[in-house]
Design a protein around this ligand. Sequence first.
Ligand SMILES: [Zn+2]
Length: 390
Amino acid sequence: MTSTLFASIGELVTCDPSLGDGTPLGVLRDAALVVEDGRVVWAGPADGAPAADERVDCRGCAVVPGFVDSHTHLVFAGERSAEFAARMAGEPYTGGGIATTVAATRGASTEALREGARRRVREMTASGTTTLEAKSGYGLTVADEARLLEISSEFTAETTFLGAHAVPREYVLDRGAYVDLVSGEMLAACAPNARWIDVFCDVGAFDPDETRHILRAGVAAGLTPRLHGNQLAHGSGALIAAEFGAASVDHCNHLLDSDIEALVAAGVVATLLPAADFCARTPYPEARRLLDAGITVALATDCNPGTSYVTSMPFVIALAVRELGMTAAEALWAATAGGAKALRRTDIGRLSPGASADLVLLDAPSFAHLAYRPGSNLAAQVFRRGVRVA
Ligand SMILES: [Zn+2]
């Protein structure tokens, strides 16, 4: 077992409030970190660091936990730049474009799908993401959804069955039959490679009764709920997330006070996806209202070919600060510890003893540079379980 000392850290963000400056970010200055067997075993002031076998000189830079991207649609084929260009020219987004990606994905070979996912994971890792969630949802047949989850599970343990992403064209005249398929045969084929069950509960997607039916089936199959909700209009997504004790409700652009109260009471994380609003040119969620109400907020990319072909969590952090009115500290917390909470993980999103040694050395003296220098990749070195991956 080899131990590694990360020495001369100018600013160490631990996301452990018991360490450092007493804020939720738990910031230590002039710090060091010791990693052994993929785990953090010590974090504290540089002058108190124990000896270790190897040494990484951080040269006064900031070190932050690896980003936790808790909402991605990782595996798909094709691209929709023409749809993006049309939308930027004034055409509204109605969710109809998913069918384009479904057709491309069904027609792609498994190796092509895997290669596309691999390329996106490489991009994510290079910008500092060390944990990602990946959803199915562009197959919408039993075999294709199962294939997407098999590929997803090669990249992450945080896999989500989203057969209820859209009603495919062949079922538009018989939605009930599709809901039965998703909750029956498709779920049975996908559950072995899925941890989570998700439904796009919104206008033009799945209604409250359909959503409840599918979530109930998913829970019975041993999956844990998370939801797409309240993105395109006010709807029942947030309330259903609270009702089912979901880990997270994602998007949250249209919430009433009663929705917010229900989320707080049920302890559901609100995952905000500002890159989707940026790329779709739709109104941003009211992050300040959620934070002030005491909701746990997470940030994620929503990486998908339709509304957010974005792999960079630092870009999302910059948007959260500039457009959602979050502080740099709140945004970094939401992109690390918040994402961990959205995935119900306690071993990631923090850098204190016992945590997975997932960390990013920033080419900057302070984490604030993540928002201050949008568009620059500040991830100089990225480590997952103590191993350099970028
Ligand atoms: Zn999504």
